[in-house]
Design a protein around this ligand. Structure first.
Ligand SMILES: Nc1ncnc2c1ncn2[C@@H]1O[C@H](COP(=O)(O)OP(=O)(O)OP(=O)(O)O)[C@@H](O)[C@H]1O
Ligand SMILES: [Mg+2]
Length: 211
């Protein structure tokens, strides 16, 4: 069983969006997937309750019990667990980072969001865990490639010493529309640009976790 933790101290950076979309994409790849909702706001849980399909599974938990939840998930035969966390939740974020095989930190590319990454990055350095930033809600690429703000964000992130995933997710209405009735973009608009971005991110993650 492999575990992906998604943490970012900043609210609204895309933790739940990323967790839901990667979970659904992993189900499509044939894996038994469990989403763990560590956020008392319960956004992933609310999405899951609107969903008609059974998979991925979902369980709500708190940081203190995350280890037990992962043990049970392993015993139940889950192959991938994705953990969605709350903003401003250091203790739960620390347990998540400690227990996960891979940690993603989503951030929007704007300067105020990048500034806020310092607290998440600091937390990871403190516990000695590696993580990767995933740029989210970026202006879509143009014919000449990645927009300038995305390139600038990549450069700014070098200062934090955290690698940045080559895949950037764009700001696309499909990412929020799909969630309304409990779907993800790969189900809502499977041939669309948002789905292609999730496919690319999943390819990167699956090669890392399941080489
Ligand atoms: N790539 C995107 N394109 C369009 N909308 C997006 C994108 N990413 C996130 N959003 C929207 O931005 C809002 C915040 O996203 P999300 O809930 O995933 O962030 P979060 O980090 O989980 O927030 P919180 O810290 O409150 O848990 C949501 O309304 C979501 O639909
Ligand atoms: Mg969330």
């Amino acid at each position: 069983m492999k575990t992906l933790g998604i943490i970012a101290q900043k609210g609204g950076s895309g933790k739940t969006t990323l967790g839901i979309h990667l979970a659904v994409r992993a189900v499509t790849a044939g894996l038994e997937v469990l989403l763990v909702d560590l956020d008392p706001q319960g956004s992933a849980t609310a999405w899951w309750q609107r969903r008609r399909q059974q998979a991925p599974g979902l369980v709500q938990a708190d940081g203190a019990h995350l280890g037990d939840v992962l043990d049970r998930a392993r015993d139940s035969g889950f192959q991938l667990v994705i953990i969605d966390t709350a903003p401003h939740a250091s203790a739960a974020a620390v347990s998540c980072a400690q227990l996960a095989d891979r940690v993603y930190i989503p951030t929007r590319p704007a300067i105020l969001d990048l500034d806020a990454i310092g607290s998440t990055a600091g937390l990871l350095v403190e516990i000695g865990r590696a993580a990767q930033v995933v740029l989210n809600a970026c202006p879509p690429p143009t014919r000449s490639g990645e927009p300038r703000i995305v390139g600038e964000a990549r450069q700014a992130l070098v200062a934090y010493g955290i690698p940045v995933n080559p895949v950037a997710l764009s700001q696309r209405a499909a990412f929020s529309h799909a969630l309304i009735d409990g779907r993800a973009v790969t189900e809502f608009e499977s041939g669309g640009k948002a789905a292609a971005e999730i496919d690319a991110l999943w390819l990167d993650l699956s090669q890392e976790l399941f080489p």
